[in-house]
Design a protein around this ligand. Structure first.
Ligand SMILES: CC(=O)SCCNC(=O)CCNC(=O)[C@H](O)C(C)(C)COP(=O)(O)OP(=O)(O)OC[C@H]1O[C@@H](n2cnc3c(N)ncnc32)[C@H](O)[C@@H]1OP(=O)(O)O
Ligand SMILES: CCCC(=O)O
Length: 456
């Protein structure tokens, strides 16, 4: 028999494992635990094929980290009463929030940096892991694209792996970011769907003022973590226009703000660890961001238990972390996850970066919210509250919180006692609510007769 060259052996393996999406999902049985993939790597063609089997399957648990498409997953459309599939997400997007309200999507609380261990040790073994990957290279390796995050926790604790090849998946340089053909059970050549994109929303007037309070507190030579949404992107824009320079990127989520900062010549990545690299655990943004990532040696995507590790984050000096939250109480407890009993989103890596930034020499974390929001009936509600309402989740505890920012200022709660915190927080509340907050603080025993509202 003719001996195959290594390249021929790889090609033979590829052809032996190549099946259609409908064929591949036949491996799923009632009662199975499935992982659908992460961020831009969710296996959309396999998910669609699985949905076609809704009527013949029961009790199938399907996990993902976030569903980033406007259209809900097909398995939920095919099973509106959640009789066949139990869909779980660790960070709800707007699409998933609607499904959560309808009782079709369950939230899985996690601390993002712990996710690999959590999937490897704390949940049932996955029967099938499905994920989108880039086209195979000559060595039989499939690049995981712009996300590694908790993949290895899932892949080390699963029975079968099905990859869906997407020719549009950018090849992302980094660490632990390839799957070899030997590790894979089935290969599906997918429909090469475009990656999900998020476009930054226009920042509101309050957000623009909040960004100004932050930018005046950032020094040249800092390393930046910017979160999701219009607000962190606006912070990036202001920095790009400022005279702050020599900045570095070490972030959980890689967003368009970094592309703008790079184009403005602000990002040197002259940091202490991973010099010269943009370090992150997943990327989500525009098509331009994905094109910039593709086969770019400057990029370093890496597992979340490395990127979000408090000790790793803190090795870079002047670590700056900027994230949004929903409510803050006068003790300094921060809710970033719920509106009363209504679930909004996950805590993600917020606490990881709050702790990592404070541990870094000269580091600062900023948790930001407009001082008020307008309710459906037109009334204004203060987002600085005496205490968090029933059902609110403490995402960042008062013991960890550093700067809180509203459009009225940024206050540093570290080292401040309870009545000083109340004073500082009242000083950045909306003026219409300050008197009311002072009266409540008095009843709570955290307002001294000498207390006054000060601007920090
Ligand atoms: C991915 C990263 O950010 S990495 C950084 C670390 N991770 C984190 O900080 C995670 C925690 N933070 C978050 O999840 C988000 O920043 C949030 C939820 C706090 C804000 O998200 P954004 O996308 O900026 O806010 P946006 O204004 O779009 O609001 C999202 C939803 O919350 C609702 N919402 C916003 N503010 C409030 C509030 N104060 N009270 C109640 N609901 C609110 C909105 O109505 C919207 O709901 P809908 O889509 O169902 O209509
Ligand atoms: C999935 C994690 C996203 C976040 O940290 O907000």
């Amino acid at each position: 028999m003719k001996r195959l060259t290594p390249a021929e052996k790889i090609q033979d393996d590829y052809e032996a494992k190549l099946v259609s999406a409908d064929e591949a999902v036949k491996v799923v049985k009632s009662g199975d635990q499935i992982h659908l993939g992460l961020f831009c790597g969710v296996a959309v063609d396999l998910e669609r094929a699985l949905a076609k089997r809704a009527e013949e399957l029961t009790d199938v648990t399907v996990c993902t980290t976030m569903w980033s498409y406007k259209e809900p997953p097909e398995i939920l459309k095919a099973d509106p009463g959640a009789k066949h599939f139990h869909y779980c997400s660790t960070h709800l997007t707007g699409t998933e929030r609607k499904q959560n309200k309808a009782g079709n999507c369950w939230f899985l609380p996690v601390q993002f940096r712990e996710n690999p261990k959590f999937y490897e040790e704390c949940r049932e073994t996955f029967d099938v892991a499905m994920l989108q990957v880039a086209a195979m290279d000559a060595s039989g390796n499939f690049n995981l694209g712009p996300q590694v995050a908790e993949y290895w926790g899932v892949l080390r604790n699963c029975k079968k792996i099905i990859v869906e090849v997407n020719q549009n998946m950018p090849v992302n340089h980094g660490q632990e970011n390839y799957l070899n053909i030997n590790q894979i059970d089935y290969i599906v050549e997918g429909s090469n769907s475009p990656l999900p994109t998020i476009s930054a929303k226009e920042a509101s007037d309050a957000e623009k003022k909040m960004a100004e309070h932050i930018v005046t507190r950032i020094e040249s030579g800092s390393t930046l973590q910017l979160g999701t949404g219009g607000f962190p992107n606006y912070v990036g824009k202001l920095i790009a226009e400022s005279d702050i320079d020599d900045l570095s990127c070490h972030t959980e989520m890689f967003v368009d703000a970094y592309l703008h900062l790079f184009e403005a010549g602000k990002l040197t990545n002259n940091k202490r660890i991973n010099q010269g690299k943009m370090t992150y655990t997943f990327a989500m943004g525009s098509k331009e961001l994905y094109d910039w990532i593709d086969d770019n040696q400057m990029m370093q995507v890496a597992p979340v238990d490395y990127v979000n590790d408090v000790d790793v984050i803190s090795q870079n000096e002047k670590m700056i972390s900027v994230n949004s939250c929903l409510q803050v109480d006068l003790f300094g407890q921060v809710n970033s996850e719920s509106s009363g009993l209504q679930h909004i989103g996950g805590t993600g890596g917020q606490l990881d970066f709050v702790m990592g930034a404070f541990k870094s020499k000269g580091g600062k974390s900023f948790l930001c919210t407009p001082s008020t929001r307008t309710l459906k009936d037109g009334r204004k509600e203060s987002l600085i509250l005496p205490v968090l309402p029933t059902g609110s989740i403490v995402s960042t505890p008062r013991s960890a919180v550093h700067y809180i920012v509203t459009e009225y200022g940024a206050v540093n709660l570290k080292g401040r006692n309870t009545y000083e915190r109340a004073e500082l927080l009242v000083s950045i509340a909306h003026p219409d609510f300050r008197e009311e907050l002072i009266e409540e603080a008095k009843k709570m025993g955290i307002w001294k007769t000498s207390s006054k509202v000060v601007n920090a």
